[in-house]
Design a protein around this ligand. Sequence first.
Ligand code: UD1
Ligand code: MG
Length: 458
Amino acid sequence: MTERTCLSIVLAAGEGTRMRSAKPKVLHEVAGLSMVGHVLRAVAAAGGTAAAVVVGPDRDDVAAEARRVKADATIHVQTERLGTAHAVLHAEADIARGFDDVIVAFGDTPLVTPQTFGLLRAALASGAAVAVLGFEAADPLGYGRLVMEGGSLAAIVEEKEASEAQRAITLCNGGLMALAGGTALALLKRIGKANAKGEYYLTDAVALARADGLATAVVLAPEAEVRGVNDRVQLAEVEAIAQGRLRETAMRGGVTMVAPETVFLAFDTVLGRDVTLEPHVVFGPGVTIADDVTIRAYSHLAGCVVDQGAILGPFARIRPKSRIGAKVHIGNFVEVNRTTIAAKAEANHLAYLGDATIGEGTNIGAGTITCNFDGADKHPTIIGRDVFVGSNSTLVAPLAIGDEVLIAAGSTITLDARDGALVFGRAKQAGLPGRGAEMIRANKARRAARKAREQGKG
Ligand code: UD1
Ligand code: MG
C-alpha cells in the first residue's frame, strides 16, 4: 500500500461570497492554519506525494499559501467555474504523469482526516476504479445521493437531478473522491454537462465507471468530518470540532486541562507529558512545550519553545522566536518577544523582554523594560547569568550586561556593564529634613480652604 504513488487535487476555485470577506474562503483559518493548508497536510499525511491545487483567477494569495504548506504543489488556474470535473481536469498534466491513486479533495472541507483519505486509497488498492466518501446526512438537502445497487455504488445523483425516491436517500456524497490513476483521465474526459446545472459533475465518474464494468466503492465517514464551510457560522462550527479533536489528542497524550473547552490549540501545537494547562490558555501556531510545564490561566503563546519544568503565567504572553529554558518562571503581565531565556531564570511580574538573551539563573525585577526599538530599528539586549535586574529598570538596547551584574532598582541603563559590576543609572537621591511634612500639611490646608469656599457659595 505504501509503495503506491498518490496525487491529490485540491479544488479551491470557489469564490466564497457567503463569507463576506476580502480574503478568499480557503484562506480563512481553522486552529491557526488556512483551510486549504489543512487539506494539503491531511492528504500528505495519507501518503499524497504530489499535490495540485486548482485556484480561481488572480488568486496568487491562495497559490502562495498552497506552496507555503506544500512547496512542490502545482497550481492551476480555473478561469471559468464549470463544475467539479472541469476543475479536476485542470490538473490533467499532473494526472498524466501517472500516479496509482488520484485523490480529489475540496479546499473548503478541512476536517477530513488522513485516516479517511487512507481508507479511500485502500479502496483503490483493493481494485476500485472510483472510491467515494459517503456519510449519513441528518439533512440530505443539497448533497449528491449515493444510489446503491446490490450492495455496491451504482451512481451519484445530484439534488437537482434526483427523483423523489432518490431524494429520500440519506446516504450522501461528502464530495471527496479517489480515482485509480490508470482510468482516471479516460473517465473524467467523458463527463458531459447535460444536466440541470449545465456543469461538469465529477460525481458522474461513478456511473461511467460502472458502465465500463469497473468497480466502485464507498468509504463511510462521520458527517462532522465532511463538513464544508460556506459562511462564518460554519467556520466557527468547524473550528469547534477541530478544537475538540486537538484537546482530546492532547489529553490522551498526557496533558491535564482543568477546563478543556476554554483552551485553544493550534493545528501544530506540541505538548509534552504532564503538561498542565489552566483555563483560558491560547496557542498560536508553532509552539512546542516540553514535559512538566505548567501554563497558568489566561496566557497566550505563539511560535515558541518552552523547555521542561517551566512555569508560565497567569497572564503571560510569549511571542514568536522565543525560547523559555528549563524551570524558568514567567509571571503575570510579562511579555517575551524574540527572546531566549536560559534555565532557571525568572521574570515574575510586569516586564517586557524583546530581542533579549537572558542567562541562567538571572532575575528580572518587576517593571523591567528592554527598550529594543529606537523608532526605526530593533536592537538586542544581552544579559549574562546570575544577574539581578532591580525593579523598574529601563534597559536601552543595544546593551550587553555581563554575568553576576547587579542593576540598581529604577535604573535607566544605556552603557554596557562588565561581569560582577554594581550599576546605578538613576539620579542621586537628595533629602531635605522636615520639608516633606511641611508640604503635606500645606496641601491639606489648601484643600480645607477650598472646601470652605465652595460651601460658602452653595
Ligand atoms: C458537491 C458534489 C455533491 C456533494 C457535495 C458535498 C459534485 C458535482 N457534487 O456538490 O455530490 O454532495 O459537493 O459538499 O461534485 N469547485 C471548483 N471549481 C468548480 C466547481 C467547484 O473549484 O468549477 C470547488 C468548490 O470551490 C468547492 C468544491 O469544488 O470547494 C465543491 O463544489 P460545490 O459547488 O460546492 O459542489 P456542491 O454543489 O456542493
Ligand atoms: Mg458545496
